[in-house]
Write a new protein. Structure first.
Length: 237
């Protein structure tokens, strides 16, 4: 399947259409599957193992011994978990009102990441933070605080959060420099390129029933996944 994507550079108020290279598409699908692993009962991609010492309902730490990749996968809104659904929706509301800096789980996840990096300090690792929706919002902030590269999918945004982020970028410098990549789906109003305000946002075509599900980025990724109508991807087949 050949995709034509639009790469938006928000600071230049424009978007350039181009073909998504096969290697780029494979990378996108790989990290989308890793982001999906943060949700309950979802499969761990081949080659990676879950490090339960540094994992909980908000974060899955995945390590690939062969490649040295250490992936911190941050969970997004999970409506199928009654105990945490209200907390997740409360954090979504904070994004809507431009208060994502007040999402409390960010600090606890950052502490776990610090411990994990200390455990793997003697290995040649390539750490990366991934996340979807609410998880991407938290993941991007963690990237700015830790210097770990970030790859996000359908990161949650809002007009208020865009204003706050723009002002913050002028008044404050991030604690660390890191590479950040945002993928979004055309027609997904929660994560439109204008709302995200990133320098570069890669917008891909909608291929699933819902524009906000991770399945849009996982087309052709094989069995074990299905489309979902809720904010999280959903359960395995």
């Amino acid at each position: 399947m050949s995709w034509t994507v639009t790469v938006h550079n928000v600071s230049k108020e424009g978007g350039a259409r181009r073909k998504l290279k096969t290697t780029d598409k494979a990378k996108m699908q790989k990290y989308a599957k890793l982001a999906n692993s943060a949700y309950r009962d979802q499969p761990i991609p081949k080659g990676f193992k879950l490090d339960e010492r540094f994992s909980n309902d908000d974060l899955k730490t995945l390590y690939n011994n062969k490649t040295g990749e250490l992936v911190f996968s941050v969970a997004g809104t999970q409506l199928d978990r009654p105990m945490s659904a209200l907390r997740d929706l409360s954090d979504d509301t904070k994004i809507f009102f431009g208060k994502s800096s007040r999402i409390e789980r960010t600090d606890s996840i950052k502490n776990i990441i610090k411990l994990a990096r200390g455990e793997y300090k003697d290995k040649d690792i390539s750490p990366v933070i991934v996340g979807h929706s609410l998880g991407a919002t938290v993941g991007k902030r963690l990237s700015e605080q830790t210097g770990i590269d970030y790859i996000g999918f359908n990161r949650g945004g809002s007009p208020a959060q865009r204003v706050v982020d723009t002002v913050s970028s002028i008044l404050e410098k991030p604690l660390h420099q890191s590479n950040k990549t945002d993928y979004t789906v055309k027609s997904d109003i929660i994560s439109s390129p204008w709302l995200l305000g990133s320098d570069d946002v890669i917008e891909v075509p909608k291929t699933a029933d819902s524009s906000h599900t991770l399945y849009n980025f996982m087309t052709g990724s094989g069995s074990g996944y299905r489309r979902s109508l809720v904010l999280s991807l959903g359960e395995k087949k």
